[in-house]
Ligand binder design. Structure first.
Ligand SMILES: *Cc1c(COP(=O)(O)O)cnc(C)c1O
Length: 402
C-alpha cells in the first residue's frame, strides 16, 4: 500500500532549495485557475511589476519561465546567441561552467577566462579581455554558490553598455538576499530563481530583459506553426519551450497561446515577491541576511573553523566553511540530518570535501535557524572528536544578536 506522504520537518541551511515560506505554501494550495482567466492574468501582470522593482529596472521586460533557474539561463542564452557568436565567460566557480555548457549547446563560440576559486576578478581585467576579444556577449555569475564569492559588475556593465556588448548575468544565488541593481550595473539580462532567497519552492526562473536585449530577441520572433504560418523567421530561436521571443508575448497584455502556465506556482511566486518587495521590504530583507550572515560567521570562527576564500568579496547568502582535518565531511552531514534534522551542503569540483556550504537564504535566514545550525554543527564535530573550541559558537552568535 502507498501511504499518504508524511515529510519530516527540516531546518534547511543549504544554498537551495531553502525552506519555503509558509505564507507562500498557503497561497499555492488555493484553487487552480485557467491561464487566460482574467483573475489569473492580472497576477502575471503584477508579477512583472514586482520583478521590475526587485531588479531595480523599472522599464525592463520581466517574466518568469517554467523550470528551475537554469531554464532562465538557457532561455536567455539561446535567445541571445546565434551560431558562431562569440561569448566571453569569466569563470571563478562552478556555475560559470554551466553557462559555458549552455553556450556550447547554443552553438556559441566560447572564450573562457579562468582563475582559481578563492576570489573574483578585478573588473579592469575583464574589460581588458573584452577589448581583446570583442565578444558579442559577456555571460557571468554575480554570486557563485560553489564558493560564496560575489563578483562586482558595474564597471564591466558600463563598458558593455557603451560598446554594444550584451551582458547576461546569473543572479540566482544573490537575488532576494542582496540588492541587484540591474540598470545601474548595466546588465542586459538578469536571471534568478524561486527556491533560493525568495523562499518559493523550486520550479520557476525569473528573467529581466533590457530594452536593447528585448529588441534583439524580438528580431528573432517566430510564431508557432499551429497558430498560423505567417510569421516565420530564418533566425528563429532553437528552443520552442524556452523561446523568450514567444514568452515575452505570452506575458504581455495580449498573450499568444504557448505552454499551459503553472498557475498554482504563479500564486507562490506572486506571494514570495510581495513579501520581498512590499511586506517585509527589500531593505529590511537585505539587513536580515547581513545580520544572520554576521552571526553565522562569528559562530563558525569562534568554533575555530576557517572560512574559505577572500572575505572582501564574500556574499552574505552562502558561507563556505573549511572542513577540519581528519573529519569525514559526509558523516557530519549525515549526523546533522539524522539527529538534528538540519541540512547543510557540500561543494563541487576541487572544493568537494574541502568546504561545507551553509546557506543563509530567504525564509531559512532566521535567528532560530542560525543558532540551531551552529549548536548542531558544534555538537556533531565534538561527537566525532574534532579539535574545535567547545561552547563558544552559539555564544558568539548571541553576542551579534543581543
Ligand atoms: C542554484 C543555482 C543555479 C541553478 O539553479 P536551478 O534552480 O537548480 O536550475 C544556477 N546558478 C547559481 C549561481 C545557482 O546558485
Amino acid at each position: 500500500m502507498f501511504k499518504e506522504i508524511n515529510v519530516p520537518n527540516r531546518t534547511i541551511m543549504t544554498p537551495g532549495p531553502v525552506e519555503a515560506n509558509p505564507v507562500v505554501l498557503r497561497a499555492m494550495s488555493t484553487g487552480t485557475l485557467g491561464q487566460f482567466d482574467p483573475a489569473f492574468t492580472s497576477l502575471m501582470q503584477e508579477i512583472k511589476e514586482m520583478l521590475r522593482i526587485a531588479f531595480n529596472a523599472p522599464n525592463n521586460e520581466c517574466l518568469a519561465v517554467d523550470g528551475t533557474s537554469r531554464s532562465g539561463l538557457e532561455a536567455a542564452l539561446f535567445a541571445m546567441i546565434e551560431p558562431g557568436d562569440k561569448v566571453l565567460i569569466p569563470a571563478y566557480g562552478r556555475f560559470a561552467y554551466l553557462l559555458a555548457e549552455i553556450v556550447e549547446r547554443a552553438g556559441g563560440d566560447i572564450v573562457l577566462m579562468e582563475r582559481d576559486w578563492t576570489g573574483t576578478f578585478e573588473q579592469a581585467e575583464i574589460i581588458e579581455r573584452i577589448k581583446a576579444e570583442q565578444p558579442k556577449i559577456v555571460a557571468m555569475v554575480h554570486g557563485e554558490t560553489a564558493n560564496g564569492q560575489c563578483q562586482q559588475l558595474e564597471e564591466v556593465g558600463a563598458y558593455c553598455q557603451a560598446n554594444g556588448i550584451y551582458l547576461v548575468v546569473d543572479c540566482v544565488a544573490t537575488f532576494g538576499g542582496m540588492d541587484i541593481k540591474q540598470d545601474e550595473w548595466g546588465i542586459d539580462i538578469a536571471i534568478a530563481g524561486t527556491q533560493k532567497c525568495l523562499s518559493v519552492p523550486s520550479g520557476m526562473s525569473l528573467v529581466s530583459i533590457s530594452h536593447r536585449a528585448k529588441a534583439f530577441i524580438e528580431s528573432r520572433f517566430q510564431k508557432e506553426l499551429g497558430l498560423g504560418a505567417d510569421q516565420r523567421n530564418e533566425r528563429f530561436i532553437q528552443s520552442n519551450y524556452l523561446d523568450l521571443s514567444q514568452l515575452m508575448v505570452y506575458w504581455s497584455q495580449n498573450p499568444i497561446n504557448h505552454h499551459t502556465e503553472a498557475t498554482n506556482m504563479i500564486y507562490g511566486l506572486h506571494t514570495g515577491l510581495r513579501l520581498f518587495v512590499q511586506e517585509e521590504g527589500m531593505e529590511k530583507v537585505f539587513q536580515r541576511h547581513q545580520l544572520n550572515n554576521n552571526a553565522l560567521i562569528a559562530g563558525i570562527e569562534a568554533m575555530g573553523l576557517g572560512i574559505y576564500g577572500d572575505r572582501e568579496t564574500a556574499m552574505p547568502t552562502v558561507i563556505p566553511v573549511m572542513i577540519p582535518d581528519g573529519i569525514e565531511p559526509n558523516k557530519v552531514r549525515d549526523i546533522l540530518l539524522e539527529e538534528f534534522s538540519v541540512e547543510i551542503a557540500g561543494s563541487f569540483g576541487d572544493l568537494n570535501k574541502v568546504i561545507w556550504r551553509i546557506g543563509n537564504m530567504g525564509y531559512s535566514s532566521r535567528k532560530q535557524n542560525v543558532l540551531h545550525v551552529l549548536g548542531a554543527l558544534e555538537a556533531t564535530l565534538l561527537y566525532l572528536g574534532a579539535d574545535i573550541q567547545a561552547g563558544k559558537a552559539v555564544q558568539a552568535a548571541l553576542k551579534v544578536y543581543r
